[in-house]
Design a protein around this ligand. Sequence first.
Ligand code: HEC
Length: 120
Amino acid sequence: MMRATAFATVIALAGCDEAVPDHLRIPGGNARLGARIVAERDCGVCHVIPGLRGARGRVGPSLAGFGARGYVAGVLPNNPDNLLWWLQDPPAVAPGTAMPDLGLRQEEARHVAAFLYGLR
Ligand code: HEC
């Protein structure tokens, strides 16, 4: 009995999506693809990103536990719509921000958002 429970817990942790609360789920977002995009776009140059090798940037805030953050960039309540907006056009959300528009397409932003909400 004990053993079965422990095993179920491991499975839940392994599938990132299982750990994401319903209100932070991104329709069409795939956290695995998101991780790849985040690596390719070098987000780690500016951010600490748990689990991503070399992602130790200090220009922007650490993205650890991002789902628990109350606001996106301190200006928008942290929810899927606002995060997607931010990822696609940071300067429009926070004029003067040091985070550049990285040219993420809508679909890419969805994957990246799913990845970010799965971060511990
Ligand atoms: C040139 C540096 C730079 C790069 C590259 C960059 N960011 Fe940022 N990012 C920032 C800065 C600076 C902030 C803080 C913005 C603010 O508060 O105005 C930020 C904020 C954020 C936030 C909001 C964090 C919070 O706690 O509010 C997220 C999410 C984010 N970035 C994700 C990404 C992702 C994903 C990428 C790659 C696609 C990326 N960033 C690339 C500099 C960068």
